[in-house]
Design a protein around this ligand. Structure first.
Ligand code: ATP
Length: 210
């Protein structure tokens, strides 16, 4: 089974499983019942069984799952052994917070380059990460073989910067702007609209909260 054959919904849950199995591993426990796992990751056990079935029958009836073998399996699938370098574009308030965020703690991701237009911060090291002028974006992405970018620029700059990132060979964009980006089919965009998420939450509390 290769990562391409796994359904998207399953693939999205893999990091959740992986993260929890890492925690389990750190506690020195390796065997876990399917109920325990379901509770810990907040995914129902039928879904877990179906997800795991894509990787062959990994659970044993009456035994549960062997955490360590699952862990090494997911590690391989998620390519966790390799550190993925990601670029951050726009070192404003949000970008700055993300630079400080420790993605690498139990994952495989780190921000290795940042880009901005602001002369006061470019060509400097910010929180351990070099900040390049935005004019160097396409060139640096190619040079450093960075395929994923986090977009935290103002909305007005989002599409222009995206076009440059695409020219630099980017394969995925984590988009924190509210703009729906136009990209070629081969480029994946994951939208994170914090304002929208918060408003949805408030709407649900006001309308359905008891
Ligand atoms: P945030 O929206 O993250 O809270 P902010 O309010 O501090 O940030 P914004 O005006 O949203 O500032 O800009 C975010 C960052 O993006 C700033 O550091 C700004 O210099 C940078 N920026 C603006 N235009 C561009 C661009 N075209 N390319 C790259 N960076 C840009």
């Amino acid at each position: 089974m290769t990562a391409e054959n796994i359904p998207r919904a399953t693939a999205k849950r893999l990091p959740i499983y992986y993260r929890y199995l890492n925690i389990l591993h750190d506690t020195g426990k390796s065997r876990i019942s399917s109920t325990e796992l379901a509770e810990a990751v907040q995914v129902d056990s039928a879904t877990i069984r179906r997800d795991f079935s894509y990787f062959g029958a990994l659970g044993k009836r009456g035994y549960g799952y062997d955490g360590d073998s699952l862990l090494s399996f997911f590690k391989q699938i998620l390519n966790q052994e390799h550190l993925t370098n990601v670029a951050l574009i726009g070192v404003g308030n949000l970008g700055h917070a993300l630079l400080n965020f420790n993605f690498h703690k139990d994952g495989n991701v780190r921000i290795s380059a940042a880009f901005d237009t602001n002369d006061a911060i470019v060509n400097k090291i910010q929180d351990g990460v070099p900040v390049y002028p935005i004019t160097e974006l396409a060139h640096q992405l190619k040079e450093q073989q960075i395929q994923v970018v986090i977009l935290t620029v103002p909305s007005s700059a989002a599409q222009g910067v995206t076009d440059d990132a695409v020219a630099g060979g980017v394969k995925g964009i984590l988009n924190f702007t509210p703009i729906r980006l136009a990209v070629p089919d081969a480029v994946l965009v994951q939208n994170v609209d914090l304002t929208n998420e918060l408003q949805t939450l408030i709407y649900f509390i006001e309308n359905f909260g008891k």
